[in-house]
Design a protein around this ligand. Structure first.
Ligand SMILES: C[S@@+](CC[C@H](N)C(=O)[O-])C[C@H]1O[C@@H](n2cnc3c(N)ncnc32)[C@H](O)[C@@H]1O
Length: 251
């Protein structure tokens, strides 16, 4: 990994584990030399500006495992179907500072195109992992016109990844639908979602969308696994489901 993490030029602290907060309200405090400031975990633009902070917070301390889990599921499917990953072009949605892109390229994927809604994500990916993405677009998928979508998809992606970015005020169901439209028929979809977003009680809209995609045959589920996405700041495990599927022509 290109990011230097041995001596961070900041002090970072998390709330006491006894303080239980909803996942979309989680925060840390950071001192970069001017005193302690509170950052919500969803203040991605601010977190990405500090080199190495995202990795230290989510990977070193909170032990996030989503990128390798999802990328392994996709790579295993490609291997099972004897598809050479070098010929695959992946759309990585909610790409952030490029950890998923790096994991995909490490598994031999030929090309990865990143999409994120904030420019700070692209800046951080270029700063921390230059050359990982063949292209990186800062766009709002819910407001993308057809011409721009076709230009980015250029005939359709062979696969879509979306890791730790669906729901919670991040990527809404309509944006996921727009990303799926940029995948070619028979392309692969590898995503991760909080497990309860797929339950009958879900209010995020994802359970309904995924159910209808499965019912119409537009998605054919190939595999799925429930795993520990990361620790919450309470240090309790956050369980997510990773799903790999194939996009088919709807029946
Ligand atoms: C938790 S980060 C995950 C980043 C990366 N996938 C990873 O696993 O390290 C969520 C990312 O989704 C992006 N995001 C949030 N809403 C989005 C939207 N509507 N469209 C595209 N990206 C979005 C955020 O800017 C952020 O970079």
């Amino acid at each position: 990994m290109a990011v230097e993490r041995s001596e961070p030029p900041y002090r970072l602290a998390l709330p006491q584990p006894t303080e239980s907060v909803e996942q979309d309200m989680e925060y840390c405090v950071l001192d970069t030399g001017d005193g302690w400031t509170e950052y919500r975990f969803h203040d991605y633009a601010e977190l990405y500006k500090v080199p190495g902070l995202y990795e230290r917070l989510f990977y070193d301390i909170l032990q996030c495992q989503s990128p390798p889990v999802v990328c392994d599921l996709l790579a295993e499917q490609l291997a099972a179907e004897r598809i050479d990953p070098a010929g695959i072009r992946v759309l990585d949605v909610g790409a952030g500072n490029g950890i998923v892109g790096e994991e995909l390229r490490a598994r031999g994927i030929g090309k990865v195109v990143g999409v994120d809604i904030i420019p700070e994500a692209r800046d951080a990916a270029e700063r921390d992992r230059p050359g990982i993405y063949a292209d990186y677009h800062v766009i709002d998928l819910t407001a993308l016109d057809g011409d721009r979508a076709s230009a980015i998809a250029s005939g359709g992606f062979d696969a879509l990844t979306c890791v730790a970015a669906l729901g919670f005020g991040d990527i809404p169901p309509e944006a996921f639908r727009a990303a799926l439209d940029m995948v070619a028929v028979d392309g692969f979809v590898a995503i991760t979602l909080r497990d309860d977003f797929l339950s009958d009680d879900d209010t995020s809209g994802f359970a309904g969308l995924i159910r209808s995609l499965l019912e119409t045959g537009e998605l054919e589920q190939l595999g799925s696994t429930v795993y520990r996405h990361r620790l919450a700041t309470s240090r309790d495990p956050l369980l997510y489901r990773a799903v790999v599927a194939r996009k088919r022509r709807p029946r």
